[in-house]
Design a protein around this ligand. Structure first.
Ligand code: NAD
Length: 369
């Protein structure tokens, strides 16, 4: 048995604990059937933490997050915490994790499972077999740039300011991640900015090109303006492999790409930090969806986004691509059997609960090994 790997589970609020429970079952399955087991510790985040400690995440949980190999998060938030002071709101826990772990690279795959291709808002042939990865810079750009604020002018009108700012090292490190990821995929990177109208875009394109020439020439690099990229994503999404872009464009383009796949309940994500001296990258994995308070506690949540986030964890934190493939194939097989949670329900398919979906997935894993 290989040395145990350390995971911190932060189920959070709403459907978070339900979907994370199904990941536990997959981990138990792996301990029994594969040569790997995990030390899983659990902590509170978001509203659940606020109820216990009057803050969105405690220093102790942050220290745990710093010491594990990877964090797996469910979701945070809910209407009962809408009036809590901003710095104690559930999202503050998530932001602190991203900031303190310095998770600068956000990976959002947009993969269309064959059985769900018809659920896309695009024509089936445009999305069948789609497998693209949007890599968004997460800790810089216009969401953090200074100065920012709203000021009142002499004439009584107001002026809002945000600052888009990027430095060479910020662009270089995200591009390196893009090239390395591409090497494990179809070896193509499209770098996206607006160099035609923005200074940060000019710098982005220059640095992306220089980084490419610094040991990544084997990867195909292209450049595209962000507005064109938005059009291309809905015109011919399969032309892309890895898209690397800044915080703002990545926010928008990754949501656009997500919708090509049909449902929020199917979308995993990963956020990675820099490598430390031992080569370990801090990392957090979470589904793209929120806490879905409208269906929380009813056994209706689709656990696949969270289970697929765990598969990403195996692939990117533990270099266990074969096991990740296995889980993704099991998800594909469950869908091919016609099992559907309500969010992906289609005519003629069988509606199943969160727990049934999780159980069906481990049954498929059994068949695959
Ligand atoms: P949401 O993603 O929670 O839900 C949007 C819709 O999709 C809802 O109808 C919900 O029932 C459905 N849905 C989402 N995930 C599903 C799943 N796994 N299975 C089946 N159906 C699913 O977004 P929202 O309603 O805008 O936000 C609800 C709360 O979640 C808010 O408090 C928001 O701040 C928070 N939120 C948290 C995160 C996060 O933790 N990363 C992300 C987005 C929103």
């Amino acid at each position: 048995m290989a040395a145990n790997k350390k995971l911190l589970f932060l189920p959070g609020d709403g459907i978070g604990p339900e979907v994370m429970g199904e990941v536990r079952n997959v981990i138990d399955w792996m301990a029994k059937n594969r040569t790997v087991s995990f030390d899983v510790t659990e902590g509170l985040v978001g509203g659940a933490c606020y109820e216990a400690h009057t803050c969105a995440i405690t220093d102790e949980t942050m220290a745990d997050a710093m010491n594990v190999d990877a964090v797996l998060l469910g979701a945070v938030g809910g209407p009962q915490w809408d009036n809590v002071e901003r710095h104690h709101r559930p999202e503050a826990g998530l932001l602190r994790l991203r900031k303190d772990l310095e998770l600068f690279a956000n990976l959002r795959p947009a993969t269309v499972f064959d059985a769900l291709a018809e659920a896309s808002s695009l024509k089936t042939d445009l999305v069948q077999g789609l497998d693209i990865l949007i890599l968004r810079e997460l800790t810089g750009g216009v969401y953090f740039g200074q100065p920012r604020g709203i000021e009142t002018l002499d004439d009584g009108s107001e002026r809002g300011v945000d600052t888009q700012v990027y430095t060479t090292p910020e662009i270089d490190r995200i591009c390196r991640v893009a090239f390395e990821l591409a090497r494990k995929r179809q070896n193509r990177v499209c770098s996206v900015e607006k160099a035609n109208v923005m200074e940060t875009g000019v710098l982005w394109r220059r640095v992306a090109t220089a980084t490419h020439q610094d040991g990544y020439e084997d990867v195909e690099l292209s450049h595209m303006y962000a507005d064109n990229c938005a059009m291309q994503l809905v015109r011919a999404p399969k032309q892309f492999d890895v898209i690397v872009t800044d915080n703002l464009f990545g926010d928008i383009l990754s949501d656009c790409a997500a919708m090509l796949t049909g449902s929020l309940g199917m979308l995993p994500s990963a956020s990675l930090g820099a490598e430390d001296e031992s080569g370990r990258r801090r990392a957090m994995y979470e589904p793209v969806h929120g806490s879905a308070p409208d269906i929380a506690g009813e056994g209706k949540a689709n656990p696949l986004a969270t289970i697929l986030s765990y598969a990403m964890c195996l692939r990117y934190s533990f270099d266990m691509g074969d096991d990740a493939d296995l889980i993704e194939q099991a998800a594909q097989n469950v869908l091919s059997r016609g099992l559907r949670t309500l969010d992906i329900m289609q005519d003629g398919m069988t509606a199943v609960s969160t727990a049934d979906m999780g159980k069906a997935l481990t049954e498929e894993l059994d068949k695959l090994v």
